[in-house]
Every structure is written in structure tokens, then in C-alpha cells.
Design a protein around this ligand. Sequence first.
Ligand code: PLP
Length: 410
Amino acid sequence: MSPKNTNDRAQLPDGLRTETLAVRSALPPSQHGENSEALFLTSTFVQPDAATSAQRFAQSEDFTYSRTSNPTVRSLEARLAAMEGTEAAIATSSGMSAILLLCMGLLKAGDHVVCSRSVFGSTINLFAKEFGKFGVETSFVSQTDLQEWRDAIRPTTRLFFAETPTNPLTEVCDIQALADIAHGAGALLVVDNTYSSPVLQQPAKMGADVIMHSATKYMDGQGRVMAGALCGPSALIKDVFGPVMRTAGMVLAPFNAWVVLKGLETLSLRMKAQSEQALAVARWLETRPEVARVYYPSLPSHPQHELAMRQQSGQGGAVLSFELKGDTPEAARAAAFHVIDSTRVLSIATNLGDTKSIITHPATTSHGRLSEAQRQAAGIGQGLIRLSVGLEHVDDIIDDLLRGLSTLNH
Ligand SMILES: *Cc1c(COP(=O)(O)O)cnc(C)c1O
């Protein structure tokens, strides 16, 4: 009897759960049988002969050149697709380049996009400014008012773009309802799932056509690399986005793919632990006299609490925001700066989903380019603080916030 090939065991059984897929989905191992996914740091691949080379270049399936595909990146794509419950996935150099790939693949001059006005700031700029230059028009509508989405539809509408929950106010939209409206208009629904990750919510199961990720956030989870992805049906990923990627080259570096592969293996544990810690911090903040309001989906005071809990597997994620009291914008800003500057453990930075807790002042960072009137309309006050809760002991996070809060005049 010939010795068994390790690859005979590489085919996983059907019906595995997200936690298992996050650890086990990948390409089959190499001939060495490595248990952990290998890092293929190579830009090109040697071909056995000219005829095979010609065939591989024609098909773009086997490995030829790392702008076309790379085994480490392919393993990450397999894992992401398995976790999102889509047929395929394509990895990109960042979250923003995933949106660039999306739009280069699906839109042309004259097309129209409907987008929530509460999505990530750079996403708004990309649609409004950069794609605008190429004749793609975008209408920005309410995150929560479905009628605004319906009213924005034109004969040229190709895409709906949504993100849920949003940054920093954690507004939630109804994915299934948006999918129905988009499909009724012959458009596709794209969901930026960065904030929930497939552990909390799988938008494809609620009718979304393409799922976009910034893997820089929870998926890496330890703030080390930039990465992004699109997940969806093969007809889009392989036939529409694949050719654009091969030409335009917004590819993910193999090393970054390897880091994210490793991050995904602990994603479900981290999401659960960070959601629990964030809820404890949010509940505590609600008891503080210096705090006017706390925004966090798991709090019953959240306006879309029930929808959020139904859509997000009962978890709120790591990100919460809170508004400090202040009679004037100047007083509120001074209070926010005092609380931020009094921390000794939290990082003053703009990232999220990291194991290190991060504190941010949205009005002067992510939303700093807006006018005060635009900020007011968006609900981003000068007293607003955003927190991405990490894995330090929750009491140390609370004590760190208390340093500033307890010395505020309120
Ligand atoms: C960070 C982020 C992006 C952009 O991703 P990058 O990896 O920074 O390019 C897009 N959407 C959301 C929700 C994000 O948080």
C-alpha cells in the first residue's frame, strides 16, 4: 500500500461552524505537511516548461506571479470566504483599496451609487471626490431611514453601500431591508462588515451581494498590518474583480496575509471578550454624572438595540462612544481633551479592534475636516469620545477613564 498523502485529509467536512472555519480553512499544505499556513514570500513562480507556463498564464488559476495570486494570500481568501459564507473572496492591500477594486469592477461613467452618510470618512471622500472625477455620482442618505434610500434610486443606480454599526455613533442599519430595496431597483448591496466581522454578522445571509472588509481592524486584531478584502459570488470575485486586480495591482502582500490568517484564528474569542469588556465599560459610563450620553448597541438605551442584537449575534463589538457634558462646544472639547490626556494606559490613536484599547476625539480627527455645522448634523459633538476596547483588564480601562472623569467640573 502506498503511503497516504497528507492532502487526502485537507478536504474539510461540510457544516463546520465559523470558529472552526477561522482556524481550519486554507489551501492544502505543501508536500512538507506543515500544520500552520506557510508564508510564501515570493514574487514569482517557476514553471516546469513553456507549455505549462502558457496554460497557467491563460487560465490565471495556478501560480505564476504574486500580483495574480500567491498561496498565502489564496489561503486567506479561502478562509475569509468560508467565514463570510460566500463562494469566494479576494484580498487587497487595505480596506480602501477593496472599495477601489469594487468600484473599478462594477461602475462606469454615468452610474449612480446610494451610500449611507454615516460610513467611514475616507469611504465618503472616495465616492464623493475621487469617483466623482470619473463621472460616478453618489447620493448620501440616512443610515436608518429606509425611505431616503428608496427616494434616492435613479435608473442608473448600480450600488447601495452601507456599513453597520457606524463610527463613532454605532448607528445600525437593517441589512435585509436594504438588500430588498436594492434588488427591487436592480442594484447590488455592498456591506462594509469591518465593525462586526463575520463572527458577529454574515451579511450574505441577509441578502448582501458583496461584503467588504478592512482586515486592518479586528481581523489582524493586534494592529500590525494593513489589509482588506471583498467577499461574494465567484461570478463577481473571480470574473469581475479578479481581472481588475491582475491589471491594477492593489494586491495584499503575502506577509500581511499571513499575519491576518493568524489573527483570524483568535477572532471569535477576541470579539466575544472585547464585546463583553465594552459592554461593562458602557454600562459604567452610563452611571457617571459627567457623561451626557453613551452610544453602544448592546445598551437598551441604543435606538436600534433590538435590531442590532438580532443582526449581530447579540454582541455589540469593541467600539463605543460617549458624550461629555459641557455648556458650550469649547467647554465640551476642553472636558474631552482632559479625559483623553489624563489616561496613562489607553493609546491616543485612530484605529480600532486592536488588543490595545484606543481613545479618540472624533471631532478633531476622523471628522476634523467637516465644518462645525456638518459635524453637528452628523451628531459629532466636541464632547464626544470614541473608545475601542481592547484586552487589558476591564478595571484598568475604567480606572484610566476615571483619572480624567473624576477631576472634571460638571
Ligand atoms: C478602517 C476602515 C476602512 C478603511 O480600511 P483601511 O484598511 O484603513 O484602508 C473602511 N471601513 C471601515 C469601517 C473602517 O473602519
